[in-house]
Ligand binder design. Structure first.
Ligand code: PHE
Length: 470
């Protein structure tokens, strides 16, 4: 399995680099990493916090203007260097690069650290999904019908249960990652993603027959710009990066496993399109159900878990359907976690030459220790609040609305100034250059000016808002 990294001198290390076994392999891993809790769990409540329609519009625009160009850029960076984000940065350092590239060197390390911290909090929410699966299984065996509220209350009051569930999740994640790229990653995700997509679309069709669907459509797609706040822009940028898995180094690593004949811009577009579609479908589904249930807060991280189970359990086929849905949601969360852990492991492996098994277990243990903070945020640490927010939300805010956009900013500059025009052209332009030439200059403009400009502007707005809260 040999892979050349054009544009660079081939080293022994690069020759041995794994490669996706087929074109489908890349898509499965990239879509598996992108589609996860970010679409079903995080997107609806963030949209709810920001008043719906206008934020949704902003999110879709930013997915195209910020997310897609960054995703393409990370893939090209990985493909050019044939390495993960840490080694890519070092390689750029060695070439006679401009000061911008030199001064953003730490972005790579920050991306890996962020992945580790995100994995810990992702593991906690994945644990919640596992909890719903097990509770429904218990309901099936004992013939009782659990309710969303009783299942959620059990979790909220019991932080140690959350830690236990997070550790089970991390165990599953390590097991798949240790099987290697082709054995583990491709197979697992290839199996889980289609089920997830079909279920979301199927449920949405079902939900559209509810009377509340009109209200949900209006809430999601009628833009009322007065609902946006000064932090909406950074929240939308942060969420776009989170949901597309950019700014974590994930796509750099995935790009490095890509085959030479892959059309990178088209691949980036397909992943972005599918991920955005799943988010919009999920948002519509959740809001239709939430409007039907009335007494729910639309802006709370527990939104998905408070409204969806009752809806599923009330359907014909009830509990079985609920189990199927939460298992597939769990598999989607597992796919995303695998993407996170894979990247950390691949980077540590490259840098320290420690073996995969060792790196994977160390990461899992560190993530488990870190997961104690979000896991206990609704029980032992529930009094630790700032501005009405609990620890889980504070953590989410710092990681996704501050650190992730900062990495995205650095990454766009690195892609822009660290790679030469020839290197970029090589992987951007397809055989039929005429068609892609214009897109190529748009893309270069975005990574050099538009994305950094937007992120800096969004930071300024966010800072102003913190300085003068309304
Ligand atoms: N994109 C994933 C989601 O939306 C989260 C994720 C981020 C996964 C980064 C891998 C890497 O749920």
């Amino acid at each position: 399995m040999e892979m050349k990294a054009p544009g660079t001198k081939e080293t022994d290390e690069q020759k041995q680099r794994s490669e996706w076994s087929s074109r489908l392999g890349f898509y499965l891993a990239a879509i598996g990493s992108a589609c996860g809790l970010g679409n079903l769990w995080r997107f609806p409540y963030i949209a709810g916090q920001n008043g719906g329609g206008a934020f949704v519009l902003l999110y879709v625009l930013l997915a195209l203007v910020v997310g897609l160009p960054l995703l393409i850029g990370e893939l090209i960076l990985g493909k050019t260097s044939g390495r993960g984000v840490l080694a890519s940065m070092r390689q750029l350092q060695k070439t006679d690069s401009v000061w911008i590239v030199k001064s953003f060197r730490w972005i790579g390390r920050l991306a890996v650290v962020l992945s580790m911290v995100i994995l810990s909090y992702y593991a906690v929410i994945s644990g919640w999904v596992l909890h719903f699966v097990t509770q429904m299984l218990v309901g099936l065996v004992t013939g009782t019908k659990p309710s969303s509220k009783t299942m959620m209350d059990l979790l909220v009051d019991n932080g140690w249960l959350q830690i236990l569930l997070a550790s089970v999740h991390l165990l599953f994640t390590v097991t798949v990652v240790l099987k290697g790229v082709q054995q583990g990653l491709e197979k697992a995700i290839g199996f889980m993603m289609p089920i997830f997509g079909i279920l979301v679309v199927g449920l949405l069709t079902q939900a559209m027959s509810l009377p509340s669907s009109v209200e949900a459509l209006r809430f999601m797609f009628y833009p009322d710009f007065s609902k946006l706040t000064m932090s909406s822009l950074i929240q939308a940028i942060g969420h776009v990066c989170f949901t597309l898995s950019v700014g974590f180094g994930t796509m750099v690593t995935f790009g490095s496993y890509m085959r030479d004949d892959e059309n990178i811009p088209a691949a980036g577009f397909r992943v972005t399109f599918l991920d955005t579609f799943i988010s919009l479908a999920s948002g519509l589904l959740i809001f239709t159900v939430a409007f039907q249930a009335t007494s729910t807060s639309f802006s709370d991280p527990s939104l998905l878990f408070e409204v969806l189970p009752n809806f599923l359990l009330d359907m014909p086929g009830g509990i079985l359907f609920g189990i199927l849905f939460f298992i597939s949601l769990y598999l989607a969360a597992l796919g995303a976690s695998i993407g996170l852990l894979e990247v950390i492991v691949a980077n540590i492996e490259e840098r320290t030459k420690k073996n995969r098994r060792f790196s994977a277990w160390i990461c899992a243990v560190i993530s488990l220790i870190l997961s104690v903070i979000p896991a206990l945020s609704s029980s032992s640490f529930k009094n630790l609040r700032y501005n009405g927010r609990g620890l889980l939300e504070i953590l989410d805010n710092v990681l996704i609305n501050w650190i992730l956009p900062l990495i995205a900013l650095g990454m766009s500059l690195i892609i822009s100034y660290g790679l030469s025009k020839v290197q970029k052209e090589r992987f951007f332009l397809s055989a039929n250059q005429v068609e892609t030439e214009a897109l190529f200059s748009h893309w270069r403009f975005s990574t050099r000016w538009l994305i950094p400009g937007l992120i800096i502007f969004a930071f300024l707005l966010q800072i102003l808002r913190s300085a003068w809260p309304s």
